[in-house]
Structures are given as structure tokens and as C-alpha cells.
Design a protein around this ligand. Structure first.
Ligand code: ATP
Ligand code: MG
Length: 565
């Protein structure tokens, strides 16, 4: 057990499992599963479920299976299967040889359905979808029995076999459980177990089947076949639990996992629903499932989030039964804390302003040592090139300091170039419109790694040699939505897409990064000093420049830099 697991109060699912183990239930075994439907990419909400299921298996020395819940072939794709496998691995979890598909069990599921029919607990119904709805009743009123409810076992067996053989059209017949049309729980009013779907090619079973089992029927049986002990799912399935139990109680399977519900993760300023995320992708609101603004694991990865930061986040938000919406800041803090420890420091100028150091010899170049991490010597150092012309950030110069807190460069003032020398601004060059285009400065050659004599220079700014800096594109991201809960759009008579933040992406084309960033692999993450954390994107610009995505900003930029200088 990790330190947090031993010191953190046990959440309610751990308490249930602890009690089961004390009672000797399941021979003390813990077996969980993560059951995604391959109809989209995984998002941060799924991460909560993954960390919970795989985390419990680890903690109790049990097992966790990866199982695709693939009973809905029309919406599922092999692309999603591959992406999900990749994302769960990336998060750092291992299902060993236990990768399963509900479709692996189609034959068994069929046999159990036959068993239910033989026991008089399932029947073939000819009502169409509209009629089924009418017969179902409402929360206030009981439903009515289907006129087909009392078909004989023989007739049902024959019709069900013919459904499988493809004799009926989509919607012409369904197989239903015979439970109770007056149950106060709508899920128990003779729910559909099988429906007919022609003309779809299932990503695993191809065209072998034209009838497909429903989720509520498939899920408990798949869990039982795999010997799952604790079947964890989100709260919306609470009302389905009686059906989960009914299915297992009425077939000869000899294993009855316990379904336990926990609350979904909701994250502010984004949406966590594959259906909505699919809409964003398909309607071109984002560049794809891995757009760095997406709350998908693929998007977060491309944004520079580490698996450790996401696991830490899932651990911090906890597991409860109450609905909640977590602030984006919680997720951002997790990545900040992780990257602060592990990201090498680099210098990059996002809004360049040229500085000519007039007393620095023309053509001279110095290789100066720069530590990769201010507190971690073991991370080593690299060379940064210093020359007569450098770029600094436009925001680091003002002709006149706006207030006493402004410690950067001003006309006539001095500032330290990080890892290099103190410079003084002697002259400000402007274009015809009055815009500052260049600074003329001088440097004090006695100030490399040394305080200037007889005066104080407080400010430290970053820079890049103009003749050695590498041009790069930097993408800055803001929240994808400008509403904390875009999911509530329908309550306000709107579409969730009405709340998309029009300025969630800002592209800076003319940035300069230090030479050491020229050849870095996609996915490598750095702290650009005073600017934030940035990850090398897999893409280059059309003219071949590297692209960096800002993962997250730094907080307290100034406090940190000044303390460290
Ligand atoms: P979505 O609404 O995004 O499609 P889903 O529940 O239909 O989500 P599944 O692929 O069926 O997606 O989910 C796999 C598992 O992940 C389920 O056990 C589900 O309960 C869990 N899960 C999905 N979304 C969340 C969430 N926001 N928070 C916690 N667990 C989640
Ligand atoms: Mg689902």
C-alpha cells in the first residue's frame, strides 16, 4: 500500500470490501473489471473508474479485467478499442492476459436466454417500440401485460431460434424478461433482453449475429462468467441493480457479483460524456479526440498531462455516493506539482522583442551553463548560447515602471538575464507608429553568476539568443467552455455547444526557444521559465517549425524566480 492509502480514511467501497474479507466472502478474493463501451475515447471520468477498479485490485492483491462492453455494434469501432487499450496502459495499469469482450460470451448469453425461456421467465414479444412504451406505463401508473406474454415455452423457443436465424426484420420482435409490469421500478417491467440488428458488422464478431443482447442482461452475466466479486459502476445504475440481481438469480451460473454504485466525476468547464465529446469531434469544434483542450485521456496526454498526475487527481477527488463537480484547478494543481518536480527548465520567448547589446563584441558567442532544475542538481545542466543580440519577452519591458512591483526592464534600468549577465537599457527604438521594435542595451561583463558591484538588481528575466534561438509555434489553451457546467445548457434552453469558449486556443507563431529544444521528441515536457509547462506536440507547422503546447501556467511566477535568483 502506498503512503496515501494507509493514511487516507477508507472510502465506502474499501469499507465494504474490508467487511467482505473479514466475513470470508468470495474466499477473501477481490476481482474487479473496467467495462468501457468502445463507442468513443476514454475521458477523465473513465480515469476515475479505471483508478478505482485497478487500484482496488492492486490494493487487495486481486485482479482487474479490461472488458469491452460491445453489445451495440452500430456505434462501436475498432479504432475506439485500440485507443482504449492504449489509454488504460498509458495510465499505468495492467490487465495481464485478462482482456475480454462481452461479445466473447454471445454464445453463452444466448444459451442462458434459452434457459430463461425454458423456465417461463422470458418471452418473444411482437410489440413495436412505440407500443412497448405505451404498455410500460409511467412512474405513477403500472404497465400492462403484453398480449404476447403468455406464449408457450415451445413457441418462444422456436421464435427466438428464428430471430437468431435472421427470419425477422429489425424491430419485428424482441426477447423480454417476464418479471412484473406493475413493478414500481420501471427497469423491472419486462425489460428487453435481445433485439434484432441486421446489416451491421460487429467489430469482433462480424456478421455472425443478427440479434444482440442488451447491456442490462449482458453485464451481470459477463461479470459472473469472469468471477468478478465487486462490480463497480456509476450511480445511474442504482435503479438497474434489481435487474442485475434478477438475471443472476434466474440462471444457472453459480456466481453472483455484488454491484456497488459510486458517483460520477464531473469536471467544471468541460463535458464528460462520450456522446457530447463525439459531437465536438464530428462537428469540428475541436481538431480531434486528442485535441489538447479535450478532457479525453488522449487530449490530456497531448496537452502534457502525465499518468502520475491523473492518478494523483483520481486519488484526491475520492470515491463517494454524492454528486459533485470538481474544479478544473484541482486537476491543474496535480499536473503542476508533478511537473515542478520532473520537468527540465528551459528558456523560450513567446513574444519576442529584440535587444542589441552594444558593448558585446560582434560575432562572439559564449556557451553558458544553465541548470536543468533549480533545486535538483542531479538533473544536470545544459549550455545556453549568449550573443550580441537576444530576444526578451515584450512583457518584460516597459519604458516606465507602472508600479514598484515591476522588477523587469525599464528605460535606463537594469535587469539580469537568467543564467547570464546584467544588462542596462540605454535606448528604446520605435517605428513610425511609435511601437517599440528594439532595445539598445549594454552589459556588465562582471555579472555572470555574480551580483553587480555597488548596486542592487532585483529582476531576472528569460531570454534567447537571436542568432541561435529556434523559431517555434506555441499554442496556449484556455477552458474549452466558458460556462462551469455546460451540461446544464438544456435547462437554460440552449445547446451545450453554445457555451464553447471562442478563445480557447491562441496560437503564437513567432516564438523563439533555446537551441537545446530543437530536437526533442513529441511528448517531452519542459518548464519554460516564467511561462509555464510546455509539451512538444507531435505536429510541426506547415513550414517545419516545432509546435509546443502549454500544459498549464505557473502560479507565483515571480515569487519563485526571485527566490531562486
Ligand atoms: P459516457 O456517458 O461518457 O459514454 P459511459 O458510462 O456510457 O460514459 P462506459 O464506456 O460505459 O461509458 O463506461 C465505462 C465505465 O466507466 C463504467 O463503469 C462507467 O460507470 C465509468 N464511467 C464513465 N463515466 C464516468 C465518470 N464521469 N465518472 C466515473 N466513472 C465513469
Ligand atoms: Mg455506457
Amino acid at each position: 500500500m502506498s503512503e496515501t492509502e494507509t493514511t487516507k480514511p477508507r472510502h465506502f467501497i474499501q469499507q465494504i470490501i474490508d467487511a467482505d474479507i473479514r466475513a470470508g466472502k468470495n474466499n477473501g478474493k477481490v476481482a474487479t473489471r473496467f467495462p468501457p463501451e468502445p463507442n468513443g475515447y476514454l475521458h477523465i471520468g473513465h480515469a476515475k473508474s479505471i483508478c478505482l477498479n485497478f487500484g482496488l485490485a492492486e490494493e487487495y492483491n486481486g485482479t482487474c479485467n479490461l472488458r469491452f462492453d460491445d453489445t451495440n455494434p452500430g456505434k462501436e469501432k475498432e479504432e475506439y478499442v485500440r485507443a482504449i487499450i492504449n489509454d488504460v496502459k498509458w495510465l499505468g495499469y495492467d490487465w495481464q492476459d485478462r482482456l475480454y469482450y462481452a461479445s466473447n460470451y454471445f454464445e453463452q448469453l444466448y444459451d442462458f436466454a434459452v434457459e430463461l425461456i425454458q423456465a417461463g421467465k422470458a418471452y418473444v414479444c411482437d410489440l413495436d417500440a412505440e407500443q412497448v412504451r405505451e404498455y410500460r406505463g409511467t412512474l405513477q401508473e403500472p404497465g400492462k401485460n403484453s398480449p404476447y406474454r403468455d406464449r408457450s415455452v415451445e413457441e418462444n423457443l422456436d421464435l427466438f431460434a428464428r430471430m437468431r436465424a435472421g427470419e425477422f426484420a429489425d424491430g419485428e420482435k424482441v426477447l423480454r424478461a417476464k418479471i412484473d409490469m406493475a413493478s414500481p421500478n420501471m427497469n423491472m417491467r419486462d425489460p428487453t433482453l435481445y433485439r434484432i440488428r441486421h446489416g451491421v458488422i460487429h467489430h469482433q464478431t462480424g456478421e455472425a449475429w443478427c440479434i444482440y443482447p442488451m447491456y442490462d442482461y449482458t453485464h451481470p452475466i459477463s461479470d459472473a462468467i469472469e468471477g468478478i466479486t465487486h462490480s463497480l459502476c456509476t450511480l445511474e445504475f442504482e435503479d438497474h441493480r434489481p435487474l442485475y440481481d434478477w438475471v443472476l438469480d434466474n440462471i444457472s451460473i453459480g456466481c453472483h457479483p455484488q454491484q456497488i454504485e459510486f458517483s460520477r466525476l464531473n469536471l467544471q468547464y468541460t463535458v464528460v460524456s462520450k456522446r457530447k465529446l463525439t459531437q465536438l469531434v464530428e462537428n469540428g469544434h475541436v481538431s480531434g479526440w486528442d485535441d489538447p483542450r479535450m478532457p479525453t485521456l488522449a487530449g490530456l496526454r497531448r496537452r502534457g498531462f502525465t499518468p502520475a498526475s491523473i492518478r494523483d487527481f483520481c486519488n484526491r477527488i475520492g470515491v463517494t455516493k454524492s454528486d459533485n463537480s470538481v474544479e478544473m484547478g484541482v486537476l491543474e494543481n496535480c499536473i503542476r506539482e508533478d511537473l515542478n518536480e520532473i520537468a527540465p527548465r528551459r528558456m523560450a520567448v513567446l513574444n519576442p522583442l529584440k535587444v542589441v547589446i552594444e558593448n558585446y563584441p560582434e560575432g562572439q558567442v559564449e556557451e553558458l551553463d544553465a541548470p536543468n532544475h533549480p533545486q535538483k542538481e542531479e538533473m544536470g545542466k545544459r549550455k545556453v548560447l549568449f550573443s550580441r543580440e537576444v530576444y526578451i519577452d515584450r512583457d518584460d519591458f516597459m519604458e516606465v515602471a507602472p508600479n514598484r512591483k515591476f522588477k523587469r526592464l525599464v528605460a535606463g534600468g537594469e535587469v539580469r538575464l537568467r543564467n547570464a549577465y546584467v544588462i542596462r537599457c540605454d535606448e528604446v527604438i520605435k517605428d513610425a507608429q511609435g511601437e517599440i521594435i528594439e532595445l539598445r542595451c549594454s552589459y556588465d561583463d562582471q555579472t555572470h553568476n555574480r551580483a553587480p558591484e555597488g548596486r542592487k538588481v532585483k529582476g531576472v528575466i528569460h531570454w534567447v539568443s537571436a542568432s541561435h534561438g529556434v523559431k517555434a509555434q506555441v499554442r496556449l489553451y484556455d477552458r474549452l467552455f466558458d460556462h462551469a457546467t455546460p451540461e446544464s445548457a438544456s435547462k437554460e434552453g440552449k445547446e451545450f455547444t453554445d457555451y464553447l469558449n471562442p478563445s480557447s486556443l491562441e496560437v503564437l507563431e513567432d516564438c523563439y526557444v533555446e537551441t537545446s529544444l530543437q530536437e526533442v521528441a513529441a511528448g517531452e515536457i519542459f518548464q519554460f521559465e516564467r511561462e509555464g509547462y510546455f509539451v512538444r506536440d507531435p505536429e510541426n507547422t506547415a513550414d517545419g517549425h516545432a509546435v509546443f503546447n502549454r500544459t498549464v501556467t505557473l502560479r507565483d511566477t515571480w515569487a519563485k524566480i526571485e527566490a531562486g535568483s
